[in-house]
Design a protein around this ligand. Structure first.
Ligand code: 3H9
Length: 671
C-alpha cells in the first residue's frame, strides 16, 4: 500500500492506518489508498470489518488544499466516500486530533465513528469560500438534524468529541486506546449489515428556521457566497432523495470552487501560515519566555496585559501614575469578567489570570521579566527615556519591545547599550482581541529575538508579520495613503458618507471617516501646534474631535450613530474654497479606485524597499489588523486578481502616476 498506508490485523478486524504528515490532508495518494483498502477488506474473506485510522497528530484535516486550482485527479473524494459507505462489511472511523472538511466527510461515510475525547470534528469549508463537496451537506443533516448542521457547516465551527457524541455525530468516545476501542466497536458491529447514513431521513424544517438562521448571522455572512449555497444544499437534503441531493451539492460545490472567493480564501490560508516563516530565522533558537512586563496601563497596555494573561504568562504591569494604574487594572478585570459572562473563559481561569498580574509604580519591578513591552505615550522623548532606563534595569537576555506604531525603532534601540535585544511588537487595538502583531526588526535586532517574538505571538494567539523599520511600518504607512485620498476626495466634493458607504460595500466594517471619528481626529494634534492645513485640523479647531466630542466628520447624538453633518460639510467646503479647489460629484467606482489602488502602490514600494518580505505578508497585515474583507484576499491579492496592468491603468486614469515599484511588478505580471 506504499508509504502512505499500513494494513494490520487485529483478529478478524483489518486496520488501515493512513500517514500523510503533517495533517493527513487527503491527497490523491490518500484517496487511492482508502479505495484500495476498502476493496481489500471486501476481498479478504477472513476480514469481518475495517477500521480506518490515521497516524501522527490528527485524523484527516480535509482535502489537500495544495491540489486545489490544479486539474482534479482520480479517485475523487466523492468516489472514496461512496466506496466506503457502500462497503459490504462495516467500516469504523477511529478519530483523533481533528476530523475536518473531507476528513469528517470520510468519517460520516463510515458506518460507525469512535473518537478520542480530545478530538474535534468540523466542516470548516465555509472559511475557504467553499462548502463540503463530498456528501457532507447531505450526510450531516441526516445525522444531527438541520439546525445543528446549519451551525456546523455555515458557521464552520468544529464541535468537540463529547458534543459530537451528544448530537449523534459520534457513536462512542474511546475510553482507552482509540484503535482498540474502534476494533471493539467493529467486532460488535461485524454481524449486522452496515448502517449507512444515506439511508436515514433528514427531517424537513420550516422556512422560518432557515430565515432566522440567516438573519441571526447576517453580519458574519456579509459579502460571502458560500453561506447561501450551504443553506440551499442542506435544504436539498430534506427535499430530495440522497442521490439527487448529492448531485445538487456537487454542482454548487464546483461553482464555489471555481469562484474568486475560494481562490482568495485559500490564498489567505497559506499566506497566514507563510507569514510565520522568516528566512534565516525559521526553526532558530528562541529565548525562554516565562514572565512578561508591560509598561503603560492605558488601552493598549491593558489589552497587551490581557493577551499575556490569557495565555498563562504572568505580567508585571508598570504605570507611573497610581490612579492610571488603578484604572488599567479595573479595565483588565472588566474584560476578564466579560469573558466569563460570555462563556469564553471559566471563572477559575479569569481569577487565575487576575492573580497573575502584579501592578507596580516602580519600574525596578520589571527587572526579572523575560520580555518587556513598552506601551507608553507615542512620543520619542518618552520612549527614549523609558528605554534608557530599561537598558540598565532589565535582566541580561530580556527582550525589550516597543509597541510604537510609527516611530523609529533604531532611534529607540540606540539609547540602550543592548540594541540587539530591542524589537518592535506593534499590537492592534483592542490588543487582547485583534489578531495581528507587526514584529519590527531593527538594524541590530538579534535573530533569536525575532524567533522568540514569532513563537510568543503564536502562544498568545496572534498572527505575526515581520516588518522592517520604517515610518508607520507596513499597515499604518498604507493606511496613511488611504486616509490622504479619502480626505482629498472629501475636499474635492465627495461626502464622507458616500466615501464610507463605498468602502463598506466593498466589505470593510467601517469607512475611513467613521473610523477616524471613532479613533479621534486629534491624535497627535494640539491647539498650539495646529496649522489648519488639513481638514482634520480644521475640524479639531472647531471642537469636532470625533465621536468622543459628539462631532467629527459626522454628528453623533445619544445613540452614537453617525449622522451627516452640515457643520462639518461647511468646514470642508470652506477649506476647499481657501485652496481654490473646485468641488464636484464623484461616482462610486472612482471613489473605490482611489481608496484601494494608491494603497497597493504603497504596498509595492514597501516590497521594493524590503520593509515587507512578501506581498502575502501585506495581505495578512490588512486582513488581521485593519478589517480588509477576507474573501478578496487582501490588497495585494485583490490587485493581482484584478490584474496589475489594469491597476496601473486605473491609477493613471485617476491622474496618479504608478510608482516604479508597482510598474516593475506589473511588467513582471504581464511578461
Ligand atoms: C475540503 O475538505 C473540501 C471537501 O469538503 C470537498 C472535497 C471534494 N491541505 O495550520 P497548521 C498544512 S476543504 C494542505 O500550521 P495547526 C499547512 O499549510 C479543507 N495542507 O497546523 C501547514 O503547512 P506548513 C477543509 C494543509 O496544528 C501544516 O499543514 N479543511 C491542510 O495549527 C500545518 O498546519 C480545513 O479547512 C490542508 N487541508 O492546525 C482544515 N491543512 O507547515 C485546514 C493544513 O508547510 N487546516 N495544512 O506551513 C486547519 O484548520 C489546520 O491546519 C489544523 C492544524 C487545525 C488541521
Amino acid at each position: 500500500m506504499g508509504d502512505i498506508a499500513a494494513w494490520t490485523r487485529n483478529g478478524a478486524i483489518a486496520v488501515l492506518t493512513l500517514d500523510n504528515p503533517p495533517v493527513n490532508a487527503i491527497s490523491q495518494a490518500v484517496r487511492s489508498a482508502l479505495v484500495e483498502g476498502v476493496k481489500r477488506a471486501a476481498a479478504e474473506p477472513d476480514v469481518s470489518a475495517l477500521v480506518i485510522a490515521c497516524a501522527g497528530r490528527t485524523f484527516f484535516a480535509g482535502a489537500d488544499l495544495k491540489e486545489f486550482g490544479k486539474p482534479s485527479t482520480e479517485p475523487f473524494l466523492t468516489e472514496v466516500v461512496d466506496t466506503i459507505e457502500g462497503a459490504g462489511k462495516p467500516v469504523i472511523a477511529a478519530i483523533h486530533g481533528s476530523a475536518l472538511g473531507g476528513g469528517l466527510e470520510i468519517a460520516m461515510a463510515c458506518h460507525y465513528r469512535v473518537a478520542h475525547a480530545d478530538a474535534r470534528l468540523g466542516l470548516p469549508e465555509v472559511t475557504l469560500g467553499l462548502m463540503p463537496g463530498a456528501r457532507g451537506t447531505q450526510h450531516l443533516p441526516r445525522l444531527v438534524g438541520v439546525s445543528k448542521a446549519l451551525e456546523i457547516i455555515a458557521l464552520g465551527e468544529p464541535v468537540s468529541a463529547p458534543e459530537a457524541r451528544t448530537i449523534g455525530l459520534v457513536d462512542e468516545i474511546a475510553e482507552g486506546d482509540l484503535v482498540e476501542a474502534a476494533c471493539a466497536k467493529a467486532r460488535s458491529a461485524a454481524d449486522a449489515p452496515p448502517r449507512r447514513t444515506r439511508e436515514r431521513v433528514a427531517q424537513p424544517v420550516s422556512d422560518d428556521i432557515y430565515e432566522q438562521f440567516s438573519q441571526r448571522h447576517a453580519k458574519k455572512f456579509r459579502g460571502l457566497d458560500a453561506p447561501k449555497a450551504i443553506i440551499a444544499s442542506i435544504r436539498a437534503a430534506t427535499e430530495l432523495p440522497f442521490e439527487d441531493g448529492a448531485r445538487r451539492e456537487r454542482d454548487i460545490f464546483l461553482k464555489l470552487r471555481a469562484g474568486p472567493q475560494n481562490e482568495a480564501l485559500r490564498h489567505v490560508f497559506f499566506a497566514e501560515r507563510e507569514a510565520g516563516k522568516v528566512p534565516g530565522i525559521e526553526g532558530g533558537e528562541a529565548r525562554v519566555i516565562e514572565t512578561a512586563g508591560v509598561i503603560g496601563s492605558g488601552t493598549m497596555g491593558s489589552g497587551i496585559t490581557i493577551a499575556f494573561l490569557s495565555a498563562g504568562i504572568p505580567v508585571t504591569l508598570y504605570e507611573r501614575d497610581p490612579a492610571a494604574l488603578k484604572r488599567g487594572l479595573a479595565h483588565i478585570r472588566m474584560v476578564l469578567d466579560g469573558n466569563v459572562s460570555s462563556g469564553r473563559m471559566t471563572r477559575e481561569a479569569a481569577d487565575r489570570a487576575l492573580s497573575a498580574v502584579q501592578p507596580t509604580s516602580d519600574m525596578a519591578a520589571l527587572a526579572n521579566a523575560d520580555v518587556i513591552v513598552e506601551a507608553a505615550y507615542e512620543r520619542m522623548d518618552i520612549k527614549r527615556s523609558i528605554f534608557a532606563e530599561l537598558g540598565e534595569l532589565a535582566k541580561p537576555g530580556a527582550i525589550l519591545a516597543s509597541n510604537t506604531s510609527y516611530l523609529d525603532l533604531d532611534e529607540i534601540a540606540g539609547v540602550t547599550s543592548r540594541p540587539a535585544d530591542v524589537i518592535g511588537l506593534h499590537f492592534f487595538s483592542p490588543a487582547n482581541i485583534m489578531k495581528l502583531l507587526e514584529v519590527v526588526r531593527g538594524r541590530e535586532t538579534a535573530p533569536d529575538v525575532i524567533a522568540t517574538a514569532f513563537k510568543l505571538a503564536k502562544r498568545i494567539g496572534k498572527i505575526a508579520v515581520l516588518s522592517g523599520n520604517a515610518w508607520g511600518f507596513i499597515g499604518n504607512r498604507m493606511l496613511a495613503v488611504r486616509r490622504e485620498q479619502a480626505e482629498a476626495m472629501a475636499v474635492e466634493g465627495a461626502s464622507p458618507a458616500q466615501v464610507d458607504r463605498v468602502l463598506e460595500n466593498f466589505g470593510f466594517a467601517m469607512g475611513p471617516f467613521r473610523m477616524g471619528d471613532l479613533a479621534g481626529l486629534d491624535l497627535g494634534w494640539t491647539p498650539e501646534s495646529s496649522t489648519g492645513s488639513t481638514i482634520r485640523e480644521r475640524l479639531c479647531e472647531a471642537g469636532r474631535r470625533g465621536q468622543k466630542t459628539g462631532a467629527g466628520f459626522y454628528d453623533y447624538r445619544d445613540d452614537r450613530k453617525p449622522a451627516p453633518s452640515q457643520e462639518a460639510e461647511a468646514i470642508i467646503a470652506g477649506f476647499a474654497r481657501d485652496r481654490g479647489i473646485t468641488r464636484s460629484s464623484f461616482d462610486d467606482a472612482e471613489i473605490l479606485d482611489r481608496l484601494l489602488w494608491p494603497m497597493v502602490d504603497e504596498g509595492a514600494k514597501l516590497l521594493a524597499e524590503g520593509i515587507a518580505l512578501r506581498e502575502s505578508d501585506i495581505d495578512v497585515v490588512w486582513l488581521n489588523g485593519y478589517g480588509w474583507p477576507r474573501w478578496t484576499g487582501g490588497p495585494m491579492f485583490h490587485a493581482r486578481q484584478t490584474g496589475l496592468p489594469e491597476v496601473t491603468r486605473r491609477l493613471r486614469a485617476l491622474g496618479i502616476a504608478p510608482s516604479d515599484a508597482l510598474m516593475n511588478l506589473a511588467n513582471e505580471d504581464s511578461a
